[in-house]
Design a protein around this ligand. Structure first.
Ligand code: NAP
Ligand code: ZN
Length: 352
């Protein structure tokens, strides 16, 4: 396979800092789009992967799956893009395209497993995929999205993961006018969940651990804020919500949130992967026909639908722009929940 070298930022071990590396990108094949990366969002999953929180990270690893940029070259069979277009790439760069999930536009549930934008086996190179903390990326056009022309490009990047990850459960569980939605955690995913649920017409409440983000949440469109560490505030919303989107990245007690679900309500986990501690009490679920569910990103067609919706409703992420050289400090701030509300890397800084 023909390759060319590009500059990237990644890490060679879980305990090491991210630093500049050189990685190979494949030369465009007939269905490929080559993108010069302009902006890349910083997702908490990037940090989990860099530090091997989930196991399975193969080093060196280059994170980044909220990618927007400009097309520099396309393969001979590409029909959706031409050089000069703006384009975006999210969390997937391939899937089997043949299984029952892929046939239903649910590539994120591809049965043999989708190819993640980073840290996945790469069918082309035989190595691993490398993400968006890099100068360029080459992706099959099926996995490349069109960017609405009216939106700020840098603030659009986080839609590719934080946006679609919260959009997909909101749509699947039919959030809209008349529904009461709650969001746990005001970070990258949480702030997009508020904006998208409001855009869909739902009444939205934020659960946050402290009062520090209350004013911001209301400005982002939340109708109410409940401090999850305050028992009387938690009691005041008992039985209220049809849908709760839980974005918390680490193990936490879910039982207090279950009691805030309405009869037949659903709590969807999108953040934490792993065993629950403390355990989940089943009685309130059985006695109230309540569900606890999970959801991962969204399909490609659904991602385009979300981007188009954001174009129509002028929805983008709240961002703090950083240079790639600031990425290690950004991770430390993310661990302290000190992000308002998504770091986006200005990739021009990598060219310096
Ligand atoms: P983030 O920006 O760091 O936000 C997480 C928020 O959760 C924080 O702002 C904080 O909100 C709250 N929080 C953090 N630690 C907590 C703790 N120990 N207990 C309770 N609340 C806590 O992270 P993100 O980028 O939104 O990602 C959130 C999670 O979703 C990550 O685990 C990420 O890997 C995962 N993720 C999943 C998918 C998927 O497809 N399912 C896609 C992308 C990301 P408050 O300060 O308001 O309490
Ligand atoms: Zn992500």
């Amino acid at each position: 396979m023909k390759q060319f070298e590009v500059k990237a930022y990644g890490t060679e071990a879980a305990e090491a800092s991210l630093k500049q590396l050189s990685i190979g990108r494949r030369a465009v094949t007939p269905k490929d789009v080559e993108i010069d990366i302009l902006f890349c969002g910083v997702c908490h999953s990037d940090l989990h992967t860099a530090r091997n929180d989930w196991g399975g990270t193969v080093y060196p690893t280059v994170p980044g799956h909220e990618i927007v940029g400009r097309v520099t070259q396309v393969g001979s069979e590409v029909t959706k893009f031409k050089a000069g277009d703006f384009a975006a790439v999210g969390c997937m760069v391939d899937s089997c395209r043949e299984c029952a999930s892929c046939k239903k536009d649910l590539e994120q549930y591809c049965i043999p497993g989708f190819t993640g934008t980073y840290n996945s086996p790469d069918k082309y190179s035989g190595g691993r995929t490398y993400g968006g903390y890099s100068e360029k990326i080459v992706v099959d056009e099926h996995f490349v999205l069109k960017v609405p022309g009216n939106l700020n490009l840098a603030a659009t990047a986080p839609l590719l993961c934080a946006g679609i990850t919260t959009w997909s459960p909101l749509k699947h569980w039919k959030a809209g006018k008349g529904s009461k939605v709650a969001v746990i955690g005001l970070g990258g995913l949480g702030h997009m969940a508020i904006k998208l649920a409001k855009g869909l017409g739902a009444e939205v409440t934020l659960f946050s651990r402290t009062q520090a983000k209350e004013k911001d949440a209301l400005e982002l469109g939340a109708d109410a804020v409940v401090i999850s560490t305050d028992n009387s505030q938690m009691k005041s919303v008992k039985g209220k919500f049809d849908l709760i989107i839980d974005t918390v990245p680490y193990v936490h007690d879910m039982n207090p949130y279950i009691s805030t679900l309405n009869i037949s309500g659903t709590l969807v986990l999108v953040g934490y992967l792993g065993g629950l501690d403390p355990f989940l009490e089943t009685t309130p679920m059985i006695m109230g026909r309540k569900s606890v569910a999970g959801s991962v990103i969204g399909g490609i067609a659904e991602t385009q639908e979300m981007l188009d919706f954001c174009g129509e409703h002028n929805i983008v992420s709240e961002i703090e722009m950083i240079n790639i050289q600031d990425i290690n400090e950004a991770y430390e701030r993310m661990l302290k929940s000190d992000v308002r509300y998504r770091f986006v890397i200005d990739m021009a800084s990598l060219k310096k």
